[in-house]
Design a binder for this molecule. Structure first.
Ligand SMILES: *[C@@H]1O[C@H](CO)[C@@H](O)[C@H](O)[C@H]1NC(C)=O
Ligand SMILES: *[C@@H]1O[C@H](CO)[C@@H](O)[C@H](O)[C@H]1NC(C)=O
Ligand SMILES: *[C@@H]1O[C@H](CO)[C@@H](O)[C@H](O)[C@H]1NC(C)=O
Length: 423
């Protein structure tokens, strides 16, 4: 029967063109089959393997078994802990600031050696650029590894280095940023004071630069140097798209203990907020759309709120949360308490506070105990925290310290890179 059809066709077409079509058809079928059969993993090996963080990369942490660590296996975690406290290892992981100035002399080489991803990994990511504000004051190694983990050529990154940071930190970070056209230093740096207004001002300056530099980005995310992502860029894009224009940040009723912060200033009572705006409680880290940033930069009510907030204690802990509940701000919700969002429900940032740690089933506990160590009551994650961390919905977690607990960063970056390349 088949022969017959061939023959029949032969009557319409010449021999040569028929053969040509048959060959084309075969080629097409072959390409379809090979796509089905080889599947994603082989395609990944062919295209992207050189970007994976391999075990033979120069790295003192390479003796760790990260897949066992990510599964929470006790033996692997014990080994990681022993390695971390050994003197030789501690010495081997220190990277002086000058290293980055040398390494970035040849930017192409730096990008290749450090395996930066310099092309969009998918159309979906390319069509959904992000804007990052990164506020840094020390630990250049943390910053560089964070940048590498979130870097994508379609995104833009504003870096604010504290005005009082050591000259070597500033020079190293400036050298790194100069290797990427879409990473820049903030146009105006400030002296960031803990719990003071300048922490907000640093982000505001980056917001203005980011807003002014590019009109295409969809969402804004602010980071500090000791954050690290828990998701790949594609997962971040997908999580943001599913917000459908909404913002995601902590914004809830002000706890009694913090109310004095906005009613008192140096013992004197402070006027209520302008327009009697209800002041809500939150934190410094936000995930907001472009319209929210436009409002922050241009809306007159928000300008008045900003002026009012400048002499309060830790304004970062209420300003963004309050703006998120103002009518007319893109992606905001109504101020009614039913729309309150806690830090655990928002996707912006995961932070483990000492006093909320405990065991599952306890009414006080919010998360399992910190496996690293604490700095100012905040958990600096250890390798033992990773298994729990990667199950959370947050896009970023705070804090990591590549000098103290390098295995946590090492295994997390390896896990994310492999996932990004096989997605
Ligand atoms: C690392 O741990 C995984 C999971 O337990 C195990 O399957 C694998 O064999 C280990 N690899 C090495 C090199 O020990
Ligand atoms: C944006 O950048 C231009 C050129 O540098 C500058 O003139 C303008 O004032 C900036 N606008 C804002 C809002 O920063
Ligand atoms: C604020 O100041 C008032 C008047 O000085 C005082 O009664 C009140 O206790 C203060 N509240 C806080 C939280 O400091």
């Amino acid at each position: 029967k088949r022969k017959k059809t061939w023959k029949k066709k032969n009557e319409y077409c010449g021999h040569i063109s028929l053969r040509f079509i048959a060959v084309l058809g075969l080629l097409w079928m072959f390409s379809q089959l090979s796509q089905l059969k080889i599947g994603k993993s082989a395609a990944y090996i062919l295209r992207y393997q050189w970007l994976d963080y391999a075990n033979d990369d120069e790295s003192p942490e390479k003796v760790c078994n990260c897949s066992a660590i990510l599964q929470g296996e006790k033996e692997a975690l014990q080994q990681a802990k022993l390695l971390t406290i050994s003197k030789d290892f501690q010495k081997s992981i220190q990277i002086p600031d000058e290293y980055y100035i040398d390494a970035t002399q040849d930017c192409r080489k730096f990008q290749i050696n450090r395996k930066y991803i310099t092309f969009p990994l998918s159309k979906e990511e390319e069509d959904f650029p992000l804007a990052y504000s990164m506020v840094v004051h020390h630990k250049v190694q943390n910053f560089e590894r964070l940048l590498r983990a979130i870097y994508a050529p379609q995104n833009i990154y504003c870096v604010h280095v504290d005005k009082k940071a050591p000259a070597s930190v500033f020079a190293a970070i400036k050298a790194i940023t100069s290797c990427f056209p879409n990473v820049f230093m903030v146009s105006e740096a400030v002296n960031v004071v803990y719990a003071g207004w300048t922490r907000v001002q640093a982000d505001l300056n980056c917001m203005a630069d980011l807003y002014n530099t590019s009109t295409t980005w969809k969402y804004f995310i602010n980071l500090c140097g000791q954050d690290f992502p828990l998701k790949t860029n594609l997962e971040i894009v997908q999580a943001l798209r599913s917000l459908k224009g909404g913002n995601s940040l902590e914004s809830e009723e002000m706890p009694q203990g913090k109310k004095g912060r906005v009613t008192n200033r140096t013992g004197k009572t402070k006027d209520p907020a302008p327009f009697n705006l209800p002041i809500l409680s939150g934190n410094a880290y936000i995930v907001v759309n472009r319209g929210y940033i436009r409002s922050v930069l241009e809306d007159e009510q928000i300008q008045a709120l900003i002026e009012w907030a400048k002499d309060t204690y830790s304004p970062d802990e209420f300003l963004w949360a309050t703006i998120q509940r103002m009518p007319g701000v893109p992606g905001s919700t109504w101020p009614n308490r039913k729309f309150d969002v806690t830090d655990m429900n928002a996707i912006a940032r995961l932070v483990k506070w000492h006093w909320h740690e405990g065991s599952e089933g306890s009414l006080q506990a919010v998360y399992p105990e910190c496996k690293g160590h604490h700095v100012r009551s905040i958990c600096v994650y250890g390798a033992g925290d990773l298994q729990w961390l990667i199950e959370q919905h947050h896009l970023f977690a705070n804090k990591f310290d590549a000098d103290r607990d390098p295995i946590a960063v090492y295994c997390l970056e390896k896990y994310l890179r492999h996932k990004a390349l096989t997605e």
